[in-house]
Design a protein around this ligand. Structure first.
Ligand code: OGA
Ligand code: FE
Length: 289
């Protein structure tokens, strides 16, 4: 019996810094835990006012079984699951560093708008209101998010329309509007901190808790997520730069089954030592029609 051989063969993948974890995995995801005093949950996006905590609720990790959607991409749709994949896209013409917001807005935004008009059934008009570049490395401005959430609630989606398109809002709000995030890696394929997402059909309305999102100049609303064993969580292994994940945060459409997809980054326990830190961009779009 050779103990050395057993040890050496127990973690071969984690010794290979180019290894990409794939297939089903159990991982820890952080869920909402209510404030003990029953008050309405809030979160300060920047430094809280003196004497106030950053947030008044807590969070707790829960082990979740994740299914890899790789090779099953076409099973999932925006209308049913509230997420959808796109593949085989040409390289962006944007500056590959994705460090210049003006360049991202001038070059990458129109590409995202085209993508939505081409691939999202019903989309007639797109208004892009925000983007976030995340880099999982020290001193990064924004890093991956490790708490299950939905970016907007129905109330804050409506407020977004009023904020960005005030003159047309009353008319636009009478027809279908959606908020869709278009997510892609910037240094794919993703090796660590992939995104997990739960099919909308598996998430009960009671699993979602509105949280005040307090910016210095205004208050938005996001949804935190309570754990529920009925939730079905997925990820997309080794997502590449020619791939996009569409995450629908809100949908006013009548009779639509899947309206919003909870999502979060997670630590994959199979991540190899020396993995490339994930870098990504998500672009937030109001989609009309
Ligand atoms: C998003 C999001 C988190 C991440 O795209 O809305 O929450 O870690 N992303 O990329
Ligand atoms: Fe998000």
């Amino acid at each position: 019996m050779s103990t050395t051989a057993t040890l050496a063969s127990s973690t071969p993948a984690q010794d290979d810094p180019s290894f990409i974890p794939r297939g089903p995995v159990d991982a820890s995801i952080v869920f909402y835990h209510p404030p003990p005093d029953g008050s309405k949950p809030f979160y300060y996006v920047e430094t809280p006012p003196p004497g106030e905590p950053q947030q008044n609720y807590s969070e707790a990790p829960h082990s979740v079984s994740l299914t890899d959607i790789r090779n099953h991409e076409s099973d999932f749709t925006l209308d049913k699951d509230a997420f959808q994949t796109l593949q085989h896209l040409p390289p962006s013409r944007a500056d590959p560093s994705f460090t210049d917001d003006a360049n991202i807005k001038a070059v990458y935004y129109p590409e995202v708008e085209d993508l939505i008009l081409t691939h999202v059934p019903g989309a007639q008009r797109v208004f892009i209101f925000d983007h976030t570049v995340r880099r999982n490395k020290p001193a990064a401005h924004r890093t991956p998010v490790t708490r299950a959430h939905v970016d907007q609630t129905p109330a804050s989606a409506e407020a977004r329309v009023r904020l960005h398109l005030p003159d047309e809002a009353d008319t636009l709000l009478r027809s279908r509007y959606r908020i869709i995030n278009v997510w892609r890696p910037l240094n794919g394929p993703v090796q660590e901190m992939p995104l997990a997402f739960a099919s909308a059909t598996s998430v009960e309305q009671g699993d979602l808790v509105p949280v005040e999102h307090r910016y210095p100049d205004r208050t938005g609303e996001t949804a935190a997520v309570r754990f529920n064993p009925g939730q079905k969580w997925y990820y997309w292994s080794g997502m590449g730069e020619g791939e996009r994940l569409l995450l629908k945060c809100s949908d006013s459409g009548e009779g639509v089954v899947g309206r919003r997809v909870p999502h979060t980054a997670f630590v994959d326990p199979r991540t190899p030592v020396g993995a490339r830190g994930r870098e990504s961009i998500e672009v937030r779009c109001l989609v009309f029609g």
